[in-house]
Design a protein around this ligand. Structure first.
Ligand code: FES
Length: 83
């Protein structure tokens, strides 16, 4: 087993704790921040937290979306006719 790496020094949160929380169903940065306190002190760990999220298969973008669905949206074109 690889040793845990502290991601958030201020709150003493390791990458293992973050992965465990994600495995338990947390799927957004905001939830991790609320539940674990990461990036709620100095904020320097935010990018590292997002990296761990991305490695765990959770969207690390600021949107907090777990899966991006690429569903085709039908487009409708309107012709503009001269009066
Ligand atoms: S290192 Fe995470 S808030 Fe400071």
């Amino acid at each position: 087993m690889t040793p845990a790496m502290i991601v958030c020094v201020c709150k003493s949160v390791s990458d293992r704790t973050i992965r465990s929380s994600i495995a338990d169903g947390i799927d957004s940065f905001d939830e991790l921040q609320f539940e674990l306190g990461v990036a709620s002190c100095c904020g320097k760990c935010e990018e590292s937290v997002r990296d761990v999220m991305m490695q765990s298969g959770v969207c690390a973008s600021r949107c907090g979306v777990v899966e991006h669905h690429t569903q085709a949206v039908p487009l409708t074109f309107y012709e503009r006719k001269a009066a």
